[in-house]
Ligand binder design. Structure first.
Ligand SMILES: [Mg+2]
Length: 234
């Protein structure tokens, strides 16, 4: 059973949560294989195919080199969802531990971490491997984030016993964090997935990330940042 708010540790998904894009789909568009890759992504995020069934295939089709991944890092930063800076900044100011847990390409997701002042050791994602000329060779096949259940594995490794933690995400792979005793907050500001709005502990429809602060913080913390609770009729 997950502990409720206030949360000391907050895990954020990247694609379609902190950022309004799916990184792998952007890379596919750039390399001209859009339709094949986007349908695989949708199938995995809706839970129709397990992640491991699509993971390698999407990268084999797109084969992202160093240039493409640097380009994607900038796209992520341009596509940050409204409220991302405010929410992550407030959590950090209050002493919370903020992580990004993503099945995206780590070298690109690190740009999101830098922009939001999340330390690199709290950015969990899948590294790709290039040759000396920056051409794609492979990805980190040992990463749990390439498989179903991987987000729970990463959350468990990052958590100390008895610490209240929340995961914020749009996809069914984010729901898996519940297996690590993490409270799951579905976010529908970019894509609204029925399986997620049904199964998450709470669902924040968006469009901005700002309402998350009301879900993540305790009453005293909300007061301390000037977000007082209003009594009905006030
Ligand atoms: Mg996502």
């Amino acid at each position: 059973m997950a502990l409720g708010p206030p949360f000391e540790v907050v895990f954020f998904d990247c694609d379609s949560t902190l950022c309004a894009i799916e990184g792998i789909d952007e890379l596919a568009r750039r390399s001209g294989v859009t339709a094949e890759v986007a349908s695989l992504t949708e199938a995995a995020m809706d839970g129709r195919l397990p992640l491991e069934a699509v993971y390698g295939e999407r990268l084999d089709k797109t084969r992202p080199g160093r240039d493409a991944v640097e380009w994607l890092g900038e796209r992520y930063v341009q596509a940050l969802v409204e409220g991302a800076h405010e929410v992550v900044g407030t959590l950090t100011t209050l002493g919370k531990e903020v992580h990004i847990v993503s099945s995206g390409i780590r070298q690109a997701v690190l740009r999101v971490g830098e922009t939001l002042a999340i330390p690199a050791e709290r950015v969990h994602a899948v590294e790709v491997v290039w040759d000396a000329a920056g051409r794609y060779i492979d990805y980190d096949r040992g990463s749990p984030l390439t498989r179903a259940g991987g987000k729970a594995t990463v959350c468990r490794a990052a958590l100390r016993n008895g610490v209240a933690a929340a995961m914020v995400g749009d996809g069914v792979t984010d729901l898996e964090a519940a297996a690590a005793g993490v409270y799951v907050i579905g976010f529908g500001g970019v894509v609204r997935r029925p399986a997620v709005s049904r199964q998450a502990d709470v669902f924040v429809p968006g469009p901005t990330l700002r309402p998350l602060l009301e879900v993540l913080l305790g009453v005293a913390e909300r007061r301390s940042i000037g977000k007082n609770d209003r009594c009905p009729g006030e």
